[in-house]
Design a protein around this ligand. Structure first.
Ligand code: ADP
Ligand code: MG
Length: 444
């Protein structure tokens, strides 16, 4: 497959032999982990640091696009030298088990304070998060961060986690979503492993729970979380919680939990102003090595209204489309390419496309995976959930759903949807996941 990628790359970008043989051919695949591919520069004739930094500037984004296309999956691609590799392996050997305990494994390495742009919409949340990261358990406890979708809550929470772990790798930091908390609780009850569950959530220094709104209405999860909260709080362990709304608007949250949430500092993140959006775009362009002119950044900042995730989506889309179609990125090009993202605040209709996108995002796979014919369990399950949700939440006919899901036969859709419909009745974890997805797809 790697040879195919290289060959396609060479032909598509019409590289001369000398360029290809010098810069690209010596690149080998080192690891493929989650969504990150690490490549290694194995050239022996060139200065490795120089070769890596040049290839990063000139070819890496194009290479990434070719890889994603051929693999049919969105990957981050990193390029390292043999020296980096050695250093990484030594470090891994030394910290292998420590890293496992630290909760680092479910953190996005890009979500740090360094990459977070502070603006008038989020400066209070940012200041409070940094204070908590510097002195966990001592200032604002719990820290409660709330705001709409795609505005930076998860980024800030993980920044806190990274900061604490970097400062003191012995600190036990646990970042989870409330969905994970709920599902682990369900599993522990089912398998009579409740003491293990408690150990995991109480023998820590910092607990960060993301998207707590999803435990609303789940009595036993709320109950368990209440006890977890108290145990940590009494020991002055830091608790950080995020939600899409402030505690007082969390109807049907048990009163005693609400009171707990209001004890510390609730801080909100608002929709960014134009200036903040410009600053964020500038930063993303810099970090991502995109080549996007000022007037286009201006256009994007003016027209993308509601979330920073969409701002990022716009950048990726512009740069990918421009590379594929060999067009320069102009304002007209942006208008055309970003039509869907910008269409005036029309209320989001629930369509199979929307469902596919949200389910894929939720499971950390790409929409293309759901449409594909891959049969691995980590894809089949989200795909069947998509079928189920399309039948539950849209009026689209079976044929239409089948078409949207990669031209599948209507009997396949019935089969998949029925499978989940049955599972929801007997499997609490699936039910929990489906509930959460429904709320994500139609928040109203
Ligand atoms: P939420 O959890 O509130 O839904 P996320 O934290 O997932 O939102 O943010 C969505 C995307 O926007 C992420 O990729 C994040 O890095 C980016 N983002 C949000 N706020 C900022 C910011 N202030 N500076 C830089 N990037 C941001
Ligand atoms: Mg989030």
């Amino acid at each position: 497959n790697w040879d195919l990628i290289l060959q396609t790359f060479k032909e598509r970008y019409e590289l001369q032999d000398i360029s290809f043989n010098s810069w690209i051919k010596p690149i080998e695949v080192y690891t493929v982990e989650n969504d990150t591919i690490t490549l290694i520069m194995s050239s022996t004739s060139m200065n490795p640091d120089m070769a890596v930094s040049y290839v990063e500037k000139k070819y890496l984004e194009m290479l990434r696009i070719t890889i994603c296309e051929i693999m049919n999956h969105e990957y981050d691609v990193r390029l390292i030298t043999a020296k980096d590799k050695q250093a990484a392996e030594i470090k891994k050997a030394a910290t292998g088990s420590a890293a496992k305990n630290s909760g680092l494994q479910n953190l996005n390495p890009n979500y740090t304070f360094d990459t977070f742009v502070v603006g008038t919409n989020n400066n209070l949340a940012h200041a409070a998060s940094l204070a908590v990261a510097e002195t966990p358990g001592q200032v604002y406890n719990p820290l409660f961060i709330y705001g709409g979708v795609g505005l930076g809550k998860t980024h800030l929470m993980q920044a806190i986690a990274h900061f604490i772990i970097t400062n003191d790798p012995t600190r036990k930091v646990l970042y989870v979503t409330s969905e994970t908390f709920t599902n682990e609780l369900i599993d522990s009850v089912k398998n009579q492993k409740n003491s293990e569950f408690r150990k995991k959530y109480r023998n820590i220094d910092v607990l960060l729970i993301d998207d707590i709104q999803f435990i609303i209405g789940k009595e036993s999860t709320q109950e368990e979380f209440f006890h977890t909260f108290n145990a940590l709080y009494q020991d002055s362990k830091q608790i950080v919680i995020s939600s899409d709304r402030p505690p007082k608007e969390m109807e049907t949250l048990t009163e005693r939990l609400r009171t707990r949430f209001e004890m510390g500092l609730p801080v909100d993140i608002q929709i960014p102003t134009y200036e903040t959006k410009r600053a964020i775009l500038k930063k993303k362009v810099e970090l991502g090595g995109y080549n996007i002119p000022d007037d286009v950044q201006d256009y994007v900042a003016t027209h993308i209204k509601s979330s920073i995730r969409e701002l990022e989506g716009a950048l990726t889309k512009l740069s990918a489309f421009a590379t594929l179609s060999h067009s320069p990125i102009t304002v007209e090009f942006a208008e055309e390419t970003l039509k869907d993202l910008i269409s005036p605040d029309a209320k989001k209709e629930v369509t199979p496309e929307l469902i596919i996108q949200i389910v894929a995002d939720h499971f950390g796979i790409s929409p293309a995976d759901i449409l594909s014919s891959k049969r691995s369990a980590d894809i089949v399950y989200p795909r069947q959930i998509t079928m189920y949700l399309c039948r539950q939440m849209t009026n689209v006919a079976l044929q239409g759903i089948g078409k949207a899901l990669g031209n599948r036969d209507h009997t396949t859709i019935i089969h998949g949807a029925d499978k989940i419909a049955k599972e929801v009745l007997v499997n609490e974890t699936t039910k929990n996941t489906v509930d959460i997805l429904i709320k994500k797809i139609d928040p109203s």
